[in-house]
Structure formats: structure tokens, C-alpha cells
Ligand binder design. Structure first.
Ligand code: 2PG
Ligand code: MG
Length: 412
């Protein structure tokens, strides 16, 4: 049996230049699993606490104080590692040690196990005989909390190359649309500087509709047929617009104020007008009923919960009962440990909720989420388009496409 022989934590920096935690878990003195922790800008209220009191230093201290409890454990025994973490912090939201502790140790342990066993990480995370490639979902235009003042209120416009036959095809389509959109934006707006959002999408000073029109135009210029070769998606991150005091969605740039009913009309209109295939957090994080209306109205669109479900199995159960989404984002650091996230994925799969494994807006060059996305049967992988911390994931997807263990692209 292999054993964890040492664990070392350190402070490093993420794509926003903020401090984060990196952990090395070493098995049998030589197999190094290394993981670092991403961070969100639009954070759901029910996510676990990433760092205690917002301080990565306190998380590092917790790792230094407790790492010996993991020595001697078989790194592939995810449940045992999770239970050991739970003996240290049994709070619902990991507020004592930080979800980052649970995230980093569980993923790094599984990576060291995969190195010991000489198999790719995705293989040890599942025993499913048939695996498929999730479709890479690329962020082509950013707004909201991911971009500067004056950019669209919609946080992300995404490209989904669902007509592709291969991963390479799919990622090239995403790059092409991203590049062509830049040309469209330059033509349209003399003030466009080529500036980009946190996730590499363009960040022009235009409103929501102009942004969606420009994105459609980029696809059409390239000869891609919307709804056939590619489709657009959006993440509205609606909790960032929702003002609970006046119970209105406030769209600063578009100078719109909408109540829940008008928001449903607004989103429905966007879905129909732009043939959207994917809509994330169409309404705010507590609006299970409004999300139900959209799920009911658009069974063929990915009506996706992110802040709504926060990779939390209990909340997902509620969303399933109230039929509030047909798809859900999986972000391991919303849940805490990899074990928590895999439990969520299993529950989603058992209830026909499509999984979209996702990066965070603040990332490092780690690429384990690609393996997690494949092993959980995710339909899409939301990993961005350009920028080193996004490319590292796309390139890992390209490498994994060499494995014939995985049978082609998932069909939507
Ligand atoms: C989201 C994510 C990732 P953040 O809202 O889906 O795109 O953003 O990491 O800021 O929560
Ligand atoms: Mg989101």
C-alpha cells in the first residue's frame, strides 16, 4: 500500500496577483501531487469559506498545524482523507480551516496517487467504463464583476462549439470566435482598447445587447451557423445585480431595473433572440421559483445553477425537488473537498442534472479540473479561452484527447 509521507503548504499568487495556497502531497517520498486554490469574484452566499477570515495565511497555518494527521494514509483513499479533514473542522462551511485546505489536500493527494499508479488522474476518480469529452465552453466577452466599469452587465458571454467532432476542432473554433470578436469590436467601437476581463474575454464599453449582437456577428463572419455549429451562452451572475431591499435587478450599464417577473421576460427574450443554448444564474441565488419557470419554459436550454446550487448536495436536492435547473456548475472550491464535490456530481448524475465543471475567475495554471470534468461525466467544461491560467487547462484537454479510453465528444 502506498502512503502519504509528507505534506507541504506554501503561499503563492493567482491570476489576479492575490495570495493563494499551494499544497504538495508526497507519497512514498517521491510521488508529488501539487494543487493550488482558485478564487471567485462573484461568490455565492452558500459557498464554503475559501480562507478563514479571508486570509490565506490562516489557512496555511492550519495546514502546518495539522498535516501530520494525514501521514500514513493511502492517498487514493479520498473518503479517509475527507474524514480526517472533517475531524479537524466539522463546520458546514469549513470556516475554521478554510475550504482551500480541504480543496488542496484532497486534490493533491489524488494526484500523488495517480503518479504512484502511473495512470492519469481522471481514471482514478471514476470507475465508469464509458467516458466522453465535455465540450469546452469559452468566455469570449466579459462584464459585471469580471471587467471594468462601462462593460456589459452580463458577466460572461460564452461560446459553445457543440457541432465539433473533436476536442481540437472545438478549441480552435473557440479561439477563432474570440479572435474574430476582437475584429468586430474594433470595427464597432473606436474606443475599444483590446482590454480583457478576468477570464480573458474582451471587455468593451458596450451594453448587453450590443455585446450579444457582436458575438453573433463574429460567429456569422466565420461561417458558423448559430444553433448548428456553435451556440452562445451567458452567465448573468444575477445575484450581483439583485438588490434584495427593493427586490429589483439593477442593470447599471443598460440603465434597467427589473422585478422578478420582468427578469424572466428579459432572459426569455435573450434566449429566443440569440438562440442561447446555455444560461447560468438567470435569476438570483434564492429564486428557485423563477428558475423553475425558465427550466420549464426552455427544456432544451442548459438552465444552469451556479450561485443557486453552489456545488452543495443539500441545495441541489432542493433545486431538483423544485425543478429549478436542468444543469449545475461544479466548482470544487465552492464545496470544499474533492470528496464533497464528487458526492454532488453523483447526486446530479442520478437525477439527470447536467454537470458543467468550471474554473474560477481567479485561477492558477493548475489543470486538474479537466480530469474532474471528464471523470464526473460533465457535459461542458467552463475553462475560458485565452490567458496562461486558461490555456493550461485547454492544453491539458488536448493532451487527454490522445487517450482512446475516452470515446469522442459528448452529444448535447
Ligand atoms: C462564475 C465564475 C466563473 P467567479 O460566476 O461562474 O466564471 O466566476 O469565479 O468569479 O465566481
Ligand atoms: Mg457563474
Amino acid at each position: 500500500m502506498q502512503k502519504i509521507t509528507s505534506i507541504k503548504g506554501r503561499l503563492i499568487y493567482d491570476s489576479r496577483g492575490n495570495k493563494t495556497i499551494e499544497v504538495d502531497v508526497i507519497t512514498d517520498n517521491k510521488y508529488v501531487g501539487r494543487t493550488s486554490v482558485p478564487s471567485g469574484a462573484s461568490v455565492g452566499r452558500n459557498e464554503v469559506i475559501n480562507f478563514p477570515n479571508g486570509k490565506p495565511e490562516q489557512c496555511l497555518m492550519a495546514i502546518n498545524d495539522n498535516y501530520k494527521k494525514f501521514l500514513g494514509i493511502d492517498p487514493i483513499d479520498l473518503k479517509c482523507i475527507h474524514d480526517t479533514i472533517r475531524e479537524i473542522d466539522n463546520t458546514d462551511n469549513y470556516s475554521n480551516i478554510g475550504g482551500a485546505f480541504a480543496f488542496a489536500i484532497t486534490i493533491a493527494a489524488m494526484e500523488s496517487a495517480s503518479k504512484f499508479l502511473h495512470v492519469p488522474l481522471f481514471k482514478i476518480l471514476t470507475n465508469k467504463p464509458k467516458l466522453e469529452f465535455p465540450i469546452p465552453l469559452g468566455n469570449i466577452l466579459g462584464g459585471g464583476l469580471h471587467a471594468g466599469i462601462g462593460t456589459p452587465d452580463i458577466q460572461e458571454i460564452l461560446i459553445c462549439p457543440h457541432g465539433s467532432k473533436s476536442i481540437r476542432d472545438a478549441v480552435e473554433i473557440n479561439f477563432n470566435v474570440h479572435k474574430e470578436l476582437c475584429n468586430v469590436l474594433y470595427e464597432k467601437n473606436l474606443n475599444f482598447t483590446g482590454g480583457r476581463s478576468d477570464e480573458g474575454g474582451w471587455a468593451p464599453e458596450i451594453n448587453n445587447e450590443e455585446a450579444l449582437e457582436a458575438s453573433c456577428k463574429a460567429c456569422e463572419n466565420l461561417g458558423y451557423v448559430l444553433g448548428k455549429d456553435v451556440s452562445l451562452g451567458i452567465d448573468l451572475a444575477s445575484s450581483t445585480q439583485w438588490d434584495p431591499k427593493c427586490e429589483q435587478y439593477i442593470y447599471k450599464h443598460n440603465k434597467l431595473q427589473l422585478d422578478e417577473e420582468k427578469q424572466i421576460e428579459f432572459v426569455s427574450d435573450l434566449i429566443e433572440r440569440y438562440k442561447l443554448i446555455y444560461v447560468e444564474d438567470a435569476t438570483h441565488q434564492d429564486s428557485f421559483e423563477a428558475m423553475h419557470e425558465l427550466t420549464n419554459k426552455f427544456p432544451n436550454v442548459f438552465i444552469t445553477g451556479d450561485d443557486l446550487t453552489t456545488t452543495n448536495k443539500r441545495i441541489l436536492s432542493h433545486a431538483i425537488k423544485s425543478k429549478s435547473c436542468n444543469a449545475a456548475i461544479l466548482k470544487v472550491n465552492q464545496a470544499g473537498s474533492l470528496y464533497d464535490a464528487l458526492q454532488f456530481a453523483q447526486h446530479a448524475n442520478e437525477n439527470d442534472i447536467k454537470i458543467i465543471t468550471s474554473h474560477r475567475s481567479g485561477e492558477t495554471i493548475d489543470s486538474q479540473i479537466v480530469h474532474i470534468g471528464i471523470s464526473t461525466g460533465s457535459k461542458m467544461l467552463k475553462i475560458g479561452v485565452v490567458g496562461g491560467e486558461r490555456i493550461s487547462k485547454i492544453n491539458e484537454l488536448i493532451r487527454l484527447s490522445e487517450y482512446d479510453l475516452i470515446h469522442g465528444m459528448t452529444q448535447l
